[in-house]
Design a binder for this molecule. Structure first.
Ligand code: BES
Ligand code: MN
Ligand code: ZN
Length: 496
């Protein structure tokens, strides 16, 4: 990870300089620490030629303007006084994208408060993510350098504190992106569970449940999905106890927040097999689980004053002589039966048992599940906004607000009786698909049948887990969508 440090506010004599500039503030910005003087007026002339105005998202890169510097990247912050946390992060992301071959980058204080300087650093770190574990022949000159990022400031203590609170969020995002990026032969359910166990170091209590225990509990739906694969399923329960009150499971007073993730480490569709084209994408059908793990790591890393439980259902959906068939009827942990019409609608089967377990064993304050659940959701909102469903208006409003603040946006979708009817079965309590119309909604209705009077929200992140192009905070690839949004939800509403 890009190393972020704090340093005194003086013009550096080597490396690159990021110059944060508000709209109309270029003259003031170039005067900082005698920058323009030191470069013989080159910086201000270059900004003029580049028509750099300091607008949000605007950048101007100036090569070797003297004074020992390699480059100056001016980055626009938008209208004075209107800079948000997200705006600062995006400025950091845009700037670092221009500096991938610089060993040392300093950020001038500009108009940034210590808090916003921390967010700029977070944005730079997030944008500099790269998954290169399996590149063995790449030449050094083709690799990006991960230099130091020095935040120049006159208030070192405050900037250090700001970064200390945000660094764990970057760690959580990187962890989630690593999990989502790993190939499916490496990241089996067992390997995923091992990586969760390693988070014990952060103070999380981690419990791993295997197929024998699942069978004892009666996870008929989850195990039905698992039975076609030689890679055994796992359920991992991660518990963060940071509220300082009475500890633990149901009955001990403190109700935890609960986050549940779909962790299908590879989704072939099973016997209802998917077409070959693009099937490799289904390695990231565990992105919901990845986001839950990343969130739990972030909460623990920053010692969030909250009790939270993260539970992931890890399984591989394969066709084989042992695989479940279309037409099978399974009995879920809740006791309700499901006719499996399509073995490719497996995520909801996994979530059914995990959500029931979550309620029964933790009596949470609310449950939020994340799942790459339906192609229909991708058709609905594309890759710009995640869709969500909720049975509770307060939770819905808080999620929406957290989405806006973090930039990981959400849009609420409807639930209702008429949609629920579409999953009636002739032979069992319900069937696992409701036809193509409203496919994301009938999937949510299915999941709601396993919610027992708790405030609940279901995030269908199928369109958001993977990006095919770079954006301000996310290089193309695994996004870790959900980690920053849910961290924001917790920080803004549940730590007071
Ligand atoms: N993992 C897929 C959903 C998905 C599709 C995620 C595309 C990301 C991109 C899920 O398990 C699935 O296969 N859903 C089916 C449900 C259908 C059989 C009712 C779908 O959406 O086609
Ligand atoms: Mn599927
Ligand atoms: Zn799936």
């Amino acid at each position: 990870m890009l190393d972020v440090v704090v340093a005194p506010a003086a013009l550096p004599s080597s490396g690159a300089l990021v110059l944060p500039v508000e709209e109309g503030g270029a003259a003031h910005a170039v005067a900082w620490a005698g920058l323009d003087e030191a470069t013989g007026g080159a910086v201000s002339r270059a900004l003029e030629v580049a028509e750099f105005k300091g607008r949000k998202g605007q950048t101007a890169t100036i090569l070797a303007p003297g004074a020992g510097l390699t480059r100056v990247v001016a980055v626009g912050l938008g209208k004075p006084g209107e800079l948000t946390q997200l705006g600062a992060e995006e400025a950091g992301g845009h700037a670092i994208a221009k500096l991938s071959r610089e060993a040392a980058v300093a950020v001038a204080p500009g108009p940034l408060t210590p808090r916003l300087a921390g967010h700029l650093a977070l944005g730079a770190v997030l944008r500099s993510y790269r998954f290169d574990r399996y590149r063995t022949t790449e030449k050094a000159e083709d690799k990006p350098l991960l230099g130091k990022l020095a935040l120049l400031t006159e208030d070192a203590g405050a900037v250090e504190a700001a970064w200390a609170a945000l660094r764990p969020v970057a760690d959580g995002v990187f962890l989630a992106r690593d999990l989502v990026s790993e190939p499916p032969n490496v990241l089996t359910p067992a390997e995923f569970a091992h990586r969760c166990e390693a988070l014990g170091d952060l103070g999380l209590k981690v419990e791993v449940i295997g197929p024998k225990e699942m069978a004892k509990l009666g996870f008929g739906a989850f195990l039905g999905v698992a039975q076609g694969s030689v890679n055994e399923p796992r359920m991992v329960v991660m518990h963060w106890h940071g509220a300082g009150g009475a500890k633990g499971r149901k009955g001990n007073g403190v109700k935890p927040l609960a986050f549940v993730g779909k962790g299908v480490t590879f989704d072939t569709g099973g016997i209802s097999i998917k077409p070959a084209a693009g099937m490799e994408d289904m390695k990231w059908d565990m992105a919901g689980a990845g986001a839950v793990v990343g969130l739990m790591a972030a909460l623990a890393g920053r010692h969030a004053k909250v009790d939270a439980v993260g539970i992931v259902g890890l399984v591989e959906n394969m066709p084989s002589g042992h695989a479940q068939r279309p037409g099978d009827v399974v009995t879920t942990y809740s006791g309700q039966t499901v006719e499996v019409i399509n073995t490719d609608a497996e995520g909801r089967l996994v979530l059914a048992d995990v959500l029931w377990y979550c309620q029964k064993h933790f009596d949470p304050r609310f449950m939020v599940d994340l799942a790459t659940l339906t192609g229909a959701m991708v058709i609905t909102l594309g890759h710009e906004i995640g869709g969500f469903f909720a049975n509770d208006d307060e939770l819905a409003q808080r999620l929406h607000a957290a989405g806006e603040a973090s930039g990981e946006k959400l849009w609420r979708m409807p639930l209702g009786e008429a949609y629920d009817k579409l999953i009636k079965s002739d032979i069992a309590d319900m069937k696992n698909v409701g036809g193509r119309p409203g496919g994301a909604i009938t999937a949510a209705q299915f999941i709601q049948r396993f919610v027992n009077g708790k405030p609940w929200a279901h995030l269908d992140i199928a369109g958001m887990a993977w990006a095919n192009k770079d954006s301000a905070l996310t290089p193309k690839g695994a996004t870790a969508y959900g980690v920053r949004m849910l961290n924001q939800l917790v920080a803004d509403n549940y730590e007071g």
